[in-house]
Design a protein around this ligand. Structure first.
Ligand code: APR
Length: 331
């Protein structure tokens, strides 16, 4: 059987963590790409040298040459700058838009049949950027946000409950982090509704901590989180590579779904929703019936995604020295 191949663009903190999680699960051969050629080569070699001890059997290579990614099943985009204390994810937009669009174009040129998973922030706008710049069908472009947000929420609930993390199931919708829409109604511990086990105050506290979970890490470390975000990427990658048809919360392209952009043919948005992930990438969006309290929260979150994408479009339309749009594909 042919081995799967995962390429990771950006060999910094999140990219390297993706490579480690992918290798530990032996998901396939791994390529690390970075503008810093030596960093990508060095981290790939370093990780490969742990294989005899860890016992994983994957080829791991790295560098700045995009021919390395040829034949990839999945390409993860982590290239970009991370947050510093006091910065919001949105503050990264100008720099990361240029980086993600140029990376996505190269991915389309060298791995035209791959499925792209974006991790660079601000996530919801960077998935849009990668989609437009790659020209890929929307089903083959996804953003990792929901897996991380749900994982954080589950982790905090587990700390409160003192029970195994394995038994906690949760669902969140909407934009990444501060913008997410928690759905405690769909949160349970081995099937027991969470509100039978914890008070509203404690659940709200966990929701709030999950919302600002990224900021909590930035405050502590002075840079963005990487183990858990990368873990979310590899959870999605595994579902795709093994064609598991798992339902995972991802930033996925929506038009009519959840009333995001009704009738907007080809002009929808990437919003965090539960998706069926399999070998085709995003194979189906699962629509959950929201109640009167939840629906307006999602609407508000979607509006923030739209506002961010507008910033991308406006920046892309800005004329360059030749009087042409700076990023014509993104307009
Ligand atoms: N092509 C390839 N690699 C690039 C490019 C580019 N055009 N531009 C930057 N990089 C690389 C950098 O050289 C660096 O090694 O991207 C890497 C980013 O790594 P870090 O600075 O460690 O940042 P990281 O913590 O990995 O975060 C990257 O992911 O979670 C998000 O908010 C985070 O947007 C940020 C992104």
């Amino acid at each position: 059987m042919r081995r799967a191949k995962i390429s990771i663009i950006g060999a910094g903190n999140t990219g390297a963590a993706c490579a480690v999680w992918a290798a530990s699960k032996e998901l396939g051969d791994i390529v690390l790409i970075d503008i810093a050629d030596g960093v990508a080569k060095g981290k790939a070699l370093d990780l490969y040298e742990s294989a005899p001890i860890e016992g994983f059997d994957c080829k791991i290579t790295g560098g700045s040459d995009y021919t390395l990614i040829e034949g990839s099943d999945i390409v993860v985009i982590t290239a970009g700058i991370p947050r510093k204390p006091g910065m919001s994810r949105d503050d990264l937009i100008v720099t990361n838009m240029g980086i993600v669009s140029s990376v996505a174009e190269k991915v389309a040129a060298h791995a035209p049949n791959s499925i792209i998973i974006v991790l660079s922030n601000p996530l919801d706008a960077m998935v849009y950027t990668a989609w437009k710049a790659s020209g890929f069908p929307a089903s083959r472009v996804l953003g990792q946000a929901g897996c991380l947000d749900v994982a954080r929420f589950r982790a905090f609930l587990s700390l409160e409950l003192g029970c195994s993390i394995e038994d906690i199931q949760a669902l969140l919708l909407g934009g990444h982090g501060d913008d997410m829409v928690p759905l405690p109604r769909f949160t349970s511990v081995h099937g027991i509704p969470i509100d039978q086990l914890l008070s509203k105050e404690v659940i709200d506290k966990c929701v709030q901590r999950a919302k600002v979970g990224g900021g909590e890490i930035v405050q502590l470390m002075g840079t963005s989180a990487y183990y858990a975000p990368a873990s979310g990427v590899i959870q999605m990658s595994e579902a795709i590579i093994k064609d598991k048809k798992r339902i995972l919360p991802c930033a996925a392209y929506c038009e009519n779904e959840y009333g995001v952009a009704p009738g907007a043919k080809g002009a929808g948005y990437f919003v965090g929703v539960p998706c069926v992930l399999g070998k085709g990438g995003m194979e189906k969006i699962v629509e959950v019936k929201l109640n009167e309290a939840e629906a307006p929260l999602l609407k508000e979150s979607v509006q923030h995604v739209k506002d961010l994408v507008k910033v991308v479009k406006d920046l892309a339309a800005k004329p360059n020295e030749q009087g042409q749009p700076s990023f014509p594909k993104l307009v």
